[in-house]
Design a protein around this ligand. Structure first.
Ligand code: SF4
Length: 245
């Protein structure tokens, strides 16, 4: 009888001990998770600040002749923590007037492409190789690219995207340092090397929205969708139903 009372008391103590400890979690792990989140938030705030400083530098820049013909420089804009960076060739007339990238008809088409991917413009970062408009939308010259490229390289370093989408031949050829055509480059991942000691970034080349507007064939549209679907798959993002068709 006495033994049974002892056993009952021991069981009660065990149950009480289990209930007492049930509400606890492993404190070290939670702290580490929260600490990491705080670190990440601080890093994003830091790169947003650095990007804004860089944008101001671009607005004041006079390193090439385009400074004298521009209305506004177009540094680029978007999420400082973007997983995808879209990079075009140079601002056009609408972008030059507003100081924002891809805001004309080609920009509206890019917005549709981003939306079809299940994303919003605020999720990504959008920029150009050249930050000022070449007069009459002529092709960028080598000396202008050499003068301007360090701004984009710095933006890529700060944002650290997982994928760069190069829009059109000029952006793709410049970033990949190749003379291959956009037809040869699109549809497969390449690697963009930001510099010595830095990890390469996956780069998908696709047609520029302005080219798509000029040649809006079902085949070209399909090719751009295919390219974007590869980007979504690479990032582990779902492919929205409409884009699958
Ligand atoms: S195109 Fe680039 S390098 Fe030339 S003035 Fe504009 S910001 Fe400066």
């Amino acid at each position: 009888m006495e033994d049974r009372a002892k056993i009952g008391s021991v069981i009660r103590q065990h149950l009480e001990a289990e209930q007492f400890f049930a509400g606890f979690s492993v404190r070290g792990q939670n702290d580490a998770g929260e600490f990491q989140e705080q670190e990440d938030d601080m890093a994003v705030t830091r790169s947003a600040g650095e990007l804004e400083k860089l944008a101001e530098e671009v607005r004041q820049c006079r390193k090439c002749g385009l400074a004298s013909s521009r209305t506004n420089a177009v540094p680029g804009e978007g999420n400082p923590d973007a997983r995808i960076m879209f990079i075009g060739e140079a601002p056009g007339a609408d972008e030059d007037a507003q100081g924002s990238p891809f805001v004309g008809r080609a920009g509206q088409l890019l917005d549709k492409i981003i939306a079809a991917c299940g994303l919003e413009r605020d999720d990504v970062y959008i920029g150009n190789i050249l930050k000022c408009r070449p007069p009459g939308n002529r092709d960028p010259r080598a000396d202008e690219i050499i003068a301007c490229l360090p701004y984009l390289q710095r933006q890529i370093e700060l944002i650290q995207p997982e994928v760069i989408v190069a829009l059109g031949a000029h952006a793709a050829k410049t970033l990949l340092d190749t003379t291959k055509s956009i037809g040869e480059l699109r549809g497969q991942f390449h690697e963009y090397y930001a510099g010595l000691g830095q990890m390469p970034v996956k780069l998908m080349a696709t047609y520029h929205p302005a080219y798509l507007l000029r040649s809006y064939s079902p085949e070209n549209r399909r090719k751009v969708w295919e390219d974007m679907q590869k980007v979504l798959t690479e990032l582990g993002l779902p492919i929205p139903e409409r884009s699958r068709r």
